[in-house]
Design a protein around this ligand. Structure first.
Ligand SMILES: C[S@@+](CC[C@H](N)C(=O)[O-])C[C@H]1O[C@@H](n2cnc3c(N)ncnc32)[C@H](O)[C@@H]1O
Length: 227
C-alpha cells in the first residue's frame, strides 16, 4: 500500500528492472522491488473493485472468522474478519504496518483486526490450524510463472475452510502472450480453473463497474466458493 495517490502505470523499464532483481535474487528480489518502489500494482489506496464487491452484498461473505490477503484493512473493516496480510518482503510489510497508523476514519473499525506476517505463501501453514474463511488474491497469482500456478492452487485449497470464499481480482488482463516474460505473467480468467482443481464453484464473475483511470478493460472480479 504505497503512499502516493497517483494511479501507477506499468512502465516497461520498471518492469524490466523488477524482473532482473527477481532473476538475480529469487529469495530477496521482492524486498528489493519494495525498496526501489517498483510496485506498480499498488495504487496507494483500496482496490475499488474489491470495495464495490464487498459493498454490493452480491456474495454472502461470512461476517465472523478469518481472512488472508492484501487490502487487509478494507476486508477487516467491511466484513469484520480478523485479517492477516502475508508477505515475504520485510520492507513491504513495514510499509503496510506504517499505513495502518494512519487508517482513514471510514475504515477505523479494522483497528485491532489486522496483522501483517512475514512468511513464504508456498510453505505457509496456518499456525493454529484454523483455516481461512476468506482469501483474497490481487496480483499474487500473476506474480509467478505459470509453472507455479498448480502449487498456488494446492496451497489456496489447503488454507481455506470448506464453504470459504476465494476472491480473485484478476489484473492485468490484455498482456501480450508471445515473447513476454513477467511478472506480471500473462493471465486469462480461465487460468484459475485448473490450478484450483475440483471442489470449487464460481459464485461471482463481473467486470468491475468502477475502475481507476488507465485500468479500463484490465480487471475482472471472480469469487470462488470451496465446496
Ligand atoms: C505483485 S505483488 C502484489 C501481491 C499482493 N496481492 C499485493 O497487492 O501486494 C506480489 C507481492 O507478493 C510478495 N511475495 C512474493 N513472493 C512471495 C511469497 N512466496 N510469499 C509471500 N509473499 C510473496 C511480494 O513481496 C509482493 O509484495
Amino acid at each position: 500500500m504505497a503512499s502516493s495517490k497517483h494511479v501507477p502505470t506499468m512502465r516497461n523499464d520498471d518492469r524490466l528492472v523488477a524482473r532482473k532483481l527477481l532473476q538475480d535474487n529469487p529469495m530477496h528480489g521482492w524486498d528489493e522491488i519494495w525498496k526501489k518502489r517498483l510496485t506498480f500494482w499498488d495504487v496507494g489506496d483500496v482496490q475499488l473493485a474489491l470495495q464495490e464487491l464487498l459493498q454490493s452484498g452480491s456474495v454472502d461473505f461470512p461476517r465472523t472468522g478469518r481472512a488472508l490477503g492484501y487490502d487487509a484493512v478494507l476486508i477487516a473493516a467491511k466484513l469484520g474478519l480478523e485479517t492477516v496480510g502475508l508477505d515475504i518482503s520485510p520492507v513491504g510489510l513495514q510499509n503496510a504496518r506504517d499505513k495502518l497508523k494512519s487508517i482513514p476514519e471510514d475504515l477505523s473499525s479494522a483497528i485491532g483486526k489486522v496483522t501483517f506476517d512475514e512468511a513464504d505463501f508456498f510453505t505457509y501453514s496456518v499456525p493454529d490450524g484454523q483455516n481461512y474463511d476468506v482469501i483474497y488474491d490481487y496480483t499474487f497469482f500473476v506474480a509467478f510463472p505459470p509453472e507455479r500456478r498448480n502449487e498456488w492452487g494446492r496451497q489456496i485449497s489447503a488454507l481455506i475452510k470448506p464453504g470459504g470464499y476465494l476472491i480473485t481480482l484478476i489484473f492485468p488482463l490484455g498482456l501480450p502472450l508471445e515473447d513476454y516474460h513477467g511478472p506480471p505473467f500473462h493471465v486469462e480468467p480461465e487460468d484459475y480453473i485448473e490450478p484450483l482443481g475440483q471442489g470449487w464453484e464460481k459464485v461471482y464473475d463481473k467486470i468491475p463497474g468502477i475502475v481507476r483511470e488507465g485500468r479500463e478493460g484490465t480487471e475482472r472480479m471472480v469469487v470462488w466458493r470451496r465446496i
